[in-house]
Ligand binder design. Structure first.
Ligand SMILES: Cc1cc2nc3c(=O)[nH]c(=O)nc-3n(C[C@H](O)[C@H](O)[C@H](O)COP(=O)(O)OP(=O)(O)OC[C@H]3O[C@@H](n4cnc5c(N)ncnc54)[C@H](O)[C@@H]3O)c2cc1C
Length: 466
């Protein structure tokens, strides 16, 4: 009898889990994967409740401004109306298709997929669907789950998981939180026609991003109609015949009330570890439940690995995918002719799909001097060519942070249409160590907004190292 039922047992069929399972199987390992959501859960948060449905809704929301702006280009006629049910149904259909693609990818690679919740019963043993499975290695890729603070009326609030299928469409939506998920949904529902109020207790949304970017995007979001209120705490939420009453307190301690149809809490996500049996198996968890791992994503138990949001490092799909590949290389060897990979968290580009979008890679102006010494800032703010006719007052911000000692571009930030698409390409250059001189030597593509990144000649300011 074989000592183990499989070489690798993956708990969680999200971004990290599916990638690891598929690639390990392709390297000849026998692999089992458990997904508690069944086939409909394959793809995890990103496919079902995150990146993909959110981006589809963001596209939907941008049509509102596109119709509005089309008049300046000669388009005439009645404004079209928005059908929330159509969007939800089409999203469901597309996500169902993607779930099927993931299922086929896994089974095609030879992975045994188990549609059930799994938990550990030992360092090399998993219980799933009434079975006890002995695995040589176990990968925990169970992701994260929304966190809602303990406020009075907590039972009346929604989390992002529930927003995609909300019924009916919330005419008045309050979004609580200042992170990227809160800000994106504020923009999306504002674009779709809801009256949106975003409440955040801090002094500015999007903590951790470049300060100028944060202020700029907040101002742009307000221009589009989001009622963004900062320095505000929710005291309580009560159900009333007209919807929900939200009592809020400002920084001066004054209490006022808002009314809404729905309240979305996007106040962070915590690692999904409850009931997994990790600590019982000897796995050390951090203060927030995150699985503690080394540079190879191995936990404190040598047979148990973890990747993605459950380790609470950088909560992004491409990061979970890259981490999964490190584990596969470690356990089953690198792809033919390739060296084993290692993870590098430097220069991870990211986008925020607010309206307008943010695209960013590298250090912020505030962060750079701590890591890179003195830096020089180049910035450009302008009204995009499109808006000379569209009538929109939207503005674009582009910014470079350049290390004085090396001339290397160590930060690149944009607020404007398609910022994510634009910044992805520049991230390659920055990974390759591109200097400002190389940016200056690059010919622009005209007329685009992106060309501004290679035509900024005059420094805006110098920042001393700290
Ligand atoms: C609203 C929202 C928007 C986002 N937008 C973006 C974006 O634009 N770009 C981006 O890069 N990232 C985005 N993210 C983050 C991204 O979705 C995550 O970083 C990514 O999904 C993490 O992958 P993962 O494999 O760690 O976990 P997940 O994708 O969360 O997968 C975990 C899976 O494990 C399953 N599971 C949990 N426990 C068990 C168990 N005991 N047994 C069996 N199965 C279990 C879950 O059902 C789930 O399917 C967004 C997230 C949210 C919530």
């Amino acid at each position: 009898m074989a000592e183990f039922d499989c070489d690798l047992f993956v708990i969680g069929g999200g971004s990290g889990g599916v990638r690891a399972a598929r690639m390990a199987a392709q390297r000849g390992a026998s692999v089992m994967l458990a997904e508690q959501g069944g086939t409909a859960g394959l793809g995890g948060t990103c496919v079902n409740l995150g990146c993909i449905p959110k981006k589809l809704y963001s596209y939907a929301a941008h049509y509102a401004e596109a119709f509005e702006e089309s008049h300046g280009f000669g388009w005439e006629g009645q404004a079209l109306s928005f059908n929330w049910s159509t969007l939800k149904a089409n999203r469901r259909k597309e996500i169902g298709r993607l779930n099927g693609v993931y299922a086929n990818l896994l089974t095609g690679a030879g992975v045994e997929v188990i549609n059930a919740r799994a938990h550990l019963v030992g360092a090399q043993q998993v219980e799933v669907d009434g079975r006890s499975v002995k695995a040589r290695h176990i990968l925990v890729a169970t992701g994260g789950t929304p966190f809602v603070p303990d406020i009075a009326g907590r039972e009346h609030v929604l989390v992002s998981d529930a927003i995609f299928d909300l019924d009916p469409f919330p005419q008045r939506l309050v979004v609580v939180g200042g992170g990227y998920i809160a800000s994106e949904f504020a923009s999306i529902f504002n674009g779709l026609g809801a009256q949106v109020t975003q409440l955040y207790r801090g002094e500015q949304i999007l903590r951790g991003f470049d300060d100028e970017v944060r202020h700029f995007v907040a101002a742009e979001m307000r221009k589009t109609g989001v009622d963004l209120r900062l320095g505000v705490d929710v005291v309580s939420i009560n159900k009333v015949p007209q919807g929900l009453d939200i009592a809020i307190k400002n920084s001066a301690g004054d209490i006022s009330t808002l009314q809404a149809d729905s309240v979305l809490y996007a106040t962070g996500r915590v690692p999904n570890v409850r009931g997994l049996g990790l600590q019982e198996a000897g796995v050390k968890l951090g203060w927030d439940g995150a699985v503690e791992v080394d540079e190879n994503y191995c936990s404190t138990v040598p047979s148990i690995y973890a990747v993605g949001d459950v380790t609470d490092r950088i909560q992004l799909t491409p990061v979970a995918l890259a981490e999964a590949m490190i584990v596969v290389d470690q356990l089953f060897g690198p792809a033919k002719g390739k060296a084993a990979r290692s993870m590098n968290y430097e220069f991870i580009p990211t986008a925020v799909f607010t309206h307008p979008n943010i695209g960013t890679v590298g250090h912020s102006e505030e962060d750079a001097p701590k890591h890179c010494g003195p830096v020089t800032i180049y910035r450009s703010e302008f009204r995009a060519l499109k808006h000379t006719l569209s009538g929109s007052s939207e503005r674009t911000l582009m910014k470079l942070v350049v290390q004085d000692a090396t001339d290397r571009v160590v930060g690149l930030h944009m607020v404007g249409p398609d910022a994510g698409e634009i910044v992805q390409g520049f991230a390659v250059a920055m990974k390759a160590g591109a200097t400002k001189a190389i940016f200056d030597d690059t010919i622009g593509i005209h007329p685009t907004a992106a060309e501004e990144f290679v035509t900024m000649r005059e420094p805006s300011r110098k920042v001393a190292g700290t």
